[in-house]
Design a protein around this ligand. Sequence first.
Ligand code: SAH
Ligand code: DHB
Ligand code: MG
Length: 219
Amino acid sequence: MEETNAAKREQTPEAYFDGLFAEDPELVRVTESIRERGMPDISVAPGYGRLLTMLVAAARCQSVLEIGALAGYSGICLARGLANEGRLTSLELRPDYAELAAANIAAAGYGGQAEMIAGDALASLDLLASQGRRFDFFFIDADKENYPNYLERAIGLALPGAIIAADNTLLRGRTLNEAKQGPAVQAVRAFNSGLASDPRLIGTHLPAYDGLALFMVRG
Ligand code: SAH
Ligand code: DHB
Ligand code: MG
């Protein structure tokens, strides 16, 4: 069938691999809560959500910090990787999003392990630093203009060997488009090249979906 062949030609590698996994009711519920409220449907890609779970579990992370919670999709993925004594701290600018994310994370069974801090992430990061808090995993996924600032704050809050992951390093093609010179694009380009040349870090850039940076702070 022509239509079938066309559909096959158009299937991306991401869609192919995503199709191998069973539906995930907890994450479907989060996506439905986003739609019901007319919020932007910009949760992390499913394959990267699974990668976050795997990394947190493999590295036996105890203190995970997420920057940008939205409705709790990535928060649930991160919390799934934690052992019982592990903790997730999530930073979210909008109080209504923070409340929804906390509710969705609790509904998934991680309420007792999760802390949500509403407000501007830079201020929250400075507060956490002043309290002497340290983290072994960071997921950077808030406003793209601040990615370079979030990276510096993350390194300052990092335990030796901490992992830093960051979403949307391709900005849906804008990162590679020379004609695009807006503040978010320029910040993400600086962030991406800064990661690649930072002697404090070891890691790589994954180009699937919308791009994910994956780096480790040297021990
Ligand atoms: N990590 C989420 C998606 C985050 S979308 C997931 O994958 O499920 C980006 C989020 O960053 C939005 O919820 C937005 O409100 C939040 N945000 C934007 N600017 C911010 C800021 N200055 N401080 C904290 N959060 C911010
Ligand atoms: C967009 C996607 C994201 O994952 C995000 O964190 C912010 C914005 C977007 O596609 O616009
Ligand atoms: Mg994102």
